[in-house]
Write a protein that binds this ligand. Structure first.
Ligand code: SAH
Ligand code: SF4
Ligand code: F3S
Length: 462
């Protein structure tokens, strides 16, 4: 098998992705970039010609995972070398950006290091590595801008896809590494995004999630021929993409409370393709902590935004992110976080213990909270958030929800899809429905999924 693959000029590529959806998008695009060089994706690192770890630096644990994975790769690389072949190990993503060449000193198994802003140069870097070993590759490219390079082919994996519209972050929350690893905020031009969305739709994608670390601050160059009205915001972009035939659902993430403008709130009321789900992190319910975090909003402002969004779209599912144990957080501050959770009533949420990130302002703050205290607060917060998630899901029982079927389910004859509120839905339905939207009568709900039968006959699905 190995010989056959070789003789066809094929090389095996294994990519492991950590962190956020933007990394998921970047990994897919790296695979697209490397395909013309003969690299085909495989699902295990054993025997791979190229391994890419697309890493995350957001919390200490995330960053440390990379080093344990590199430890596991070492014997695989050695085994390949013994067979007279080479495994090129690449560290990409946010750890690569934060630590740079230091990674190679700490883990000599690593051949290449490339940050999130420069992975479009990967084909060239890899070609160089091959040349150094006396090998040539099928094709080589010149260096170019990341997204220009990415404008071409896009392999799709099912009817729901991510589409990065904005990179970087200018907010500088005092706990966060993203402004350092992803750089300054930059929005892709509308025409470039539209072209990519059309390519996706033409390949059967029905739902796109527009990605950015601060996606609702999107401000991109308008389409050619727009009459020079200046940059477009996210609401306008969403309405524009909604006109693409075949695209049925649009989502976006992650938003910042400061950047929820009236146009975007109105889009939830007026644009039927914009799904009723908003991920709007608040981090803490205490104004003292929000100030120390440099979040640039108060708890009251956040609640006001939620009230406006709910006025526009009463059924909207609200999701959030929380950090417990930020330096200086007292029991009273934590009680304010529980209170804001009670006030909002979340459909879903992510919550974390504060993790010290070297180089960020919060790492220098005194009054760091004890680990045990953080753990205890996280458990209390998650208990409350879990209960709200149970209630939100249980409230769907008896309703018919339109579900986009994405893939086969765990059981034979079962499909897995998503409701408008991003809940996982399991349904007994034929595989021919993958890529379609059909109503499902919700009969059961757990914390993580809904289930029930099709409410229409399979032939009536869109
Ligand atoms: N741009 C998004 C997401 C950033 S990272 C936003 O602004 O919300 C995703 C989440 O990780 C953050 O919302 C925050 O809750 C969490 N996070 C970031 N830095 C962290 C740290 N140092 N310790 C613990 N959690 C952190
Ligand atoms: Fe990090 Fe804050 Fe930017 Fe989000 S808004 S990426 S939490 S700095
Ligand atoms: Fe992690 Fe980088 Fe995303 S630090 S959360 S992979 S932007």
């Amino acid at each position: 098998m190995r010989e056959e693959t070789r003789s066809a000029g094929k090389r095996r590529l294994f990519i492991k992705t950590y962190g956020c959806q933007m990394n998921v998008y970047d990994s897919a695009r790296m695979a697209d970039l490397l395909a013309p060089l003969g690299y085909e994706s495989v699902d295990a690192p054993d025997g791979a010609d190229l391994v890419i770890l697309n890493t995350c630096h957001i919390r200490e644990k995330a960053a440390e995972k990379v080093y344990s994975e590199l430890g596991r790769l070492r014997p695989l690389k050695e085994a390949k070398a013994e067979a007279g072949e080479r495994m090129i190990v690449t560290v990409a993503g946010c750890v690569a950006q934060a630590e740079g060449e230091e990674i190679r000193r700490r883990a000599p198994v690593v051949d290449l290091v490339t940050g999130p802003q420069s992975y479009h140069r990967l084909p060239e870097m890899i070609a160089k590595a091959h040349r150094a070993a006396g090998e040539t590759l099928a094709a080589e490219f010149a260096v170019d801008e990341k997204f220009d390079r990415l404008a071409g082919a896009r392999a799709v994996d099912g009817p729901a896809a991510f589409l990065t519209v904005q990179e970087g972050c200018d907010k500088f929350c005092t706990f966060c590494v993203v402004p350092y690893t992803r750089g300054a905020e930059w929005s892709r031009p509308v025409d470039q995004i539209t072209a990519e969305a059309r390519i996706l739709a033409a390949q059967g994608v029905r739902e796109i999630t527009l990605l950015g670390q601060n996606v609702n601050a999107y401000l991109g160059a308008p389409p050619a021929g727009d009459g020079g009205e200046g940059a477009w915001g996210l609401a306008r972009l969403v309405r524009h993409l909604a006109k693409i035939d075949g695209l049925e659902r649009i989502r976006f993430t992650t938003s910042h409370p400061r950047d929820m403008d009236d146009a975007l709130i109105a889009a939830f009321a007026e644009e039927p393709k914009l799904m009723p789900y908003l991920h709007l992190p608040v981090q803490s319910g205490s104004d003292k902590i929000l100030t120390a975090m440099n979040r640039r909003h108060t708890a009251a402002h956040y609640l006001d935004v939620i009230a406006q969004v709910r006025a526009a779209r009463p059924d909207i599912a609200i999701s959030g992110d929380f950090i417990v144990g930020f330096p200086g957080e007292t029991e009273t501050d934590f009680a304010d976080t529980l209170a804001i959770v009670e006030a909002v009533n979340y459909a879903q949420a992510f919550s974390f213990k504060y993790s010290v990130r070297p180089g960020t302002p919060a790492a220098e703050m005194t009054r760091q909270v004890d680990e045990a205290e953080k753990g205890e607060r996280l458990a209390r917060l998650q208990e409350l958030l879990g209960r709200q998630q149970d209630e939100f899901n249980a409230a769907q029982i008896g309703k018919a929800l339109p579900v986009l079927f994405e893939k086969s389910g765990k059981r034979e004859g079962q499909l897995a899809g998503r409701s408008p509120y991003l809940q996982a839905v399991h349904v007994d339905a034929p595989e021919t429905l993958i890529g379609s939207i059909a109503d499902v009568r919700i009969e059961a709900a757990t914390r993580y999924a809904l289930s029930g039968p099709l409410a229409v006959s399979a032939s009536e699905a869109v």
